[in-house]
Write a protein that binds this ligand. Structure first.
Ligand SMILES: C[C@H](c1ccccc1)n1cc(-c2ncnc(N)c2C#N)cn1
Length: 318
């Protein structure tokens, strides 16, 4: 795997954690201690495909996806409160970072699928259902589902794949009231997202959102899971992380939708096509890091991120 791109040191912040494409920091107080009420969520220009972080980064990808997520939080504000506090962030990450309220995160990756593909399609082909929800016979890759299906998974440790869990598994984790609330919210977020995106020529096949709790007030040393199960139902559920971006959702160009085959990705198709072409000299089953992307693939991919932002928001990307 290509050496991961080191997240920038940010004076006044402590780097906590890096995912494939995002970095998490804690703001420090005057005494240099971590603030416990805020986090800085930074979107890098890194892009991943076939489980590899690719090289080079895509210029402006972090900023485009941050600005898109902020726009979606506004579009969804009537469905759920969100965690965004401010976009007043260090110059080094201007436009691609958000100061957020630190929440007690629910240990569930909340996924809703409006179209059948990927892991959901594989489960359907094996069992005729997905996440315990029976589906009609005869569905194919890219079939639109009558209504979105909630297909949650557990949060896997860094670098591992999330494990699908049943709705009952979610109930066991966070209690029946919260489970119902996050399932309904996740489905409504995808429906709203598609109402808006479809008009602009983009289909959101599926999305992953994360929720946190406001008001849990964990005592020192208290087990978060126990507290969520016992008191979580009386807390406020807050939409966190990023929302309805090409990194958290499958973006498909609507005019190319054709059930019965893998759908082209709105944003990652140039990368996938090049990496799987003879020109790259790479094989996705090789287990070795992919070669660096050619400049024209980088630029074409940047243009697709910008195009998605401008189509959805109706605003030029500055
Ligand atoms: C998965 C995501 C992540 C982001 C960036 C880099 C790696 C992972 N993450 C989000 C929190 C988090 N924790 C407490 N309160 C919050 N408001 C949030 C948020 N968002 C913890 N991890």
């Amino acid at each position: 795997m290509t050496a991961p791109f080191a997240p920038p040191a940010l004076p006044g912040y402590e780097h906590l954690y890096s995912g494939k494409v995002r970095d998490l920091y804690a703001p420090l107080d005057e005494a240099g201690a971590q603030r416990t009420d805020r986090l800085l969520l930074v979107a890098s220009d890194r892009i991943s495909a076939y489980d590899h972080v690719l090289d080079p980064p895509i210029p402006d990808k972090g900023a485009v996806l941050t600005q898109l997520s902020l726009w979606w939080f506004d579009q969804l504000a009537d469905l759920a409160p969100h965690h965004v506090v401010s976009t007043d962030v260090p110059e080094a990450v201007a436009g691609r970072a958000v100061l957020v309220e630190r929440l007690d995160m629910l240990p569930v990756e909340c996924v809703a699928r409006g179209y059948l593909t990927g892991g959901g399609l594989a489960e359907y082909r094996a069992k005729g259902e997905v996440s315990g929800v029976p589906l009609p016979a005869g569905l194919v890759d890219g079939s639109r589902l009558e209504e979105p299906v909630f297909t949650p998974s557990t949060k896997a440790p860094m670098g591992e794949h999330d494990e699908p869990i049943s709705y009952d598994g979610v109930v066991a984790e966070i209690g029946p009231a919260l489970a119902e609330q996050v399932r309904d919210l996740t489905v409504r977020i995808l429906l709203r997202g598609n109402e808006i995106a479809a008009e602009r020529g983009i289909l959101l096949a599926d999305t992953k959102v994360e929720f946190g709790l406001r008001g849990l007030d964990l005592a020192k040393g208290e087990d978060a899971g126990e507290a969520i199960r016992s008191r979580g139902a009386s807390c406020e559920v807050v939409l966190a992380d990023e929302v309805l971006t090409p990194d958290s959702s499958r973006f498909w160009p609507a005019e190319e939708w054709e059930p019965g085959r893998p759908q082209p990705s709105f944003d990652k198709q140039f990368v996938r096509d090049w990496l799987t072409s003879p020109e790259s000299g790479w094989s996705k089953d090789s287990g070795v890091a992919p070669p660096s992307l050619p400049a024209e693939v980088v630029q074409a991919t940047r243009a697709r991120y910008v195009e998605a932002y401008e189509r959805l928001t109706g605003t030029p990307f500055a």
